[in-house]
Design a protein around this ligand. Structure first.
Ligand code: MRU
Length: 360
């Protein structure tokens, strides 16, 4: 696994348009999101095992970005095995799929991307190994390119929901860093600004991993989109004072009935939004909708290490030995969701019937 110290490839410079994943010199490079915003660095990946570790350790995070990374992980493994016999290639690839599938449980985009890569592999299975590897790499590139196109489409639909001057709360980071580019929730904000709307963003800090404080605030500051950072427990106060006009968040998995899994704390925000009659929108590519899951209670929720709650990085502030819970996601019932912003349009008051219709 590349470490921050040993394999930093690019430090201190970045373009306005964040490229979360990039293909350079026959390998995958991903921004190390664990160390942003203090350090801007790409880490290199040359195998499925390394990529799986990068996903598990949250070098890359955010549902669509995890899907893109997994697709590249499959391609990297195929390239690594391109001189193997067909039998060894198949065994190695099966191991790669299993490792990547075990990296994180909640974001369905991971499994969606692996299924897509497997389907492509099936179509060229009888070809020489080098040909298969080339085809899988082309598909991984396409998964990323398509993600940006989809985010732009969602952005346009979502931007139309926001009034000029709207003050919009978001939770976690559903930005360019969580995707191949543009972002889902932050893509809506970017598109609104591109359309000439003067919006401002309120970013929940998002305990315990601080995706809001470290990543969303950084993305917005980079692009000079007005942003105000608050701690998670301030959202209710801000709403009660009339300082929030809408909420837009991303999602890791939407069940067939419209229940939404997203970063821990999202449910709390949705309940508060309903209390204050503030619209609560979820930016959601179709790849994040899982029709095989009947409702939110069946969505697997990742539990992460206690050290994320007892402190941050090297600083641990809670009593040694204290019992800790650290669910990384929660589920917002569909009834609290004003609308799902998809690349096919906005689904108001989502339910089973409307979600099924998106795939017809
Ligand atoms: O644990 P993370 O940082 O991977 O969680 C990310 C989120 O919860 C995002 O809101 C979600 O993946 C949508 S990203 C477009």
């Amino acid at each position: 696994m590349p470490s921050v110290n040993s394999k930093v490839t690019d430090v201190g410079t970045h373009n306005k348009a964040v490229k979360t994943l990039r293909w350079r010199d026959g390998r995958l490079e991903m921004i190390d999101q664990r160390v942003l915003p203090a350090t801007f660095a790409y880490l290199p990946y040359t195998s499925a095992a390394e990529t799986a570790e990068g996903i598990r350790d949250m070098v890359v995070r955010g549902a669509p970005a995890i899907g893109c990374a997994a697709a590249y992980g499959v391609a990297l493994e195929a390239l690594r095995l391109r001189s193997a016999t067909p039998v060894d290639f198949t065994a190695g690839m099966e191991q790669a799929f299993a490792m990547l599938a075990a990296s994180r449980p909640t974001a369905v985009n991971l499994f969606w991307a692996l299924k897509r890569m497997r389907a492509v592999w099936e179509t060229v299975r009888d070809q020489p190994v080098a040909v298969i590897a080339k085809r899988l790499l082309a598909e991984a590139h396409e998964v990323s390119a398509e993600d940006i196109r989809i985010n732009r489409a969602m952005g346009a639909f979502g931007a139309a929901l926001l009034a000029d001057g709207a003050r919009v709360l978001t939770h976690c980071n559903a930005g360019a860093l969580a995707t191949a580019g543009h972002g889902t929730a932050l893509g809506v904000f970017r598109s609104a600004v591109e359309a000439g709307k003067k919006i401002s963003v309120i970013a929940d800090e998002t305990r315990p991993f601080l995706q809001g404080a470290r990543l969303t605030a950084w993305e917005m500051v980079q692009e000079q989109i007005p942003v105000t950072l608050i701690t998670d427990n301030m959202a209710g106060f801000m709403m009660s004072k009339g300082e929030i006009d809408a909420v837009v968040v991303g999602t890791d998995r939407v069940a067939a009935n419209g229940d939404v899994a997203n970063k821990i704390g999202t449910y709390m925000v949705a309940v508060l939004a309903q209390r204050h009659a503030i619209p609560f929108y979820v930016a959601c590519p179709l790849s994040t909708i899982d029709l095989s899951i009947p409702d939110g209670s069946a969505i697997p929720i990742e539990e992460r290490a206690p050290e994320e709650v007892t402190g941050f990085r090297d600083c641990q502030w809670a009593a040694q030995g204290v019992r800790v819970r650290n669910p990384a996601f929660d589920v917002t019932p569909a009834e609290l969701v004003s609308g799902l912003i998809t690349e096919k349009g906005v689904v108001l008051a989502p339910d089973r019937e409307k979600l099924a219709a998106l795939f017809r």
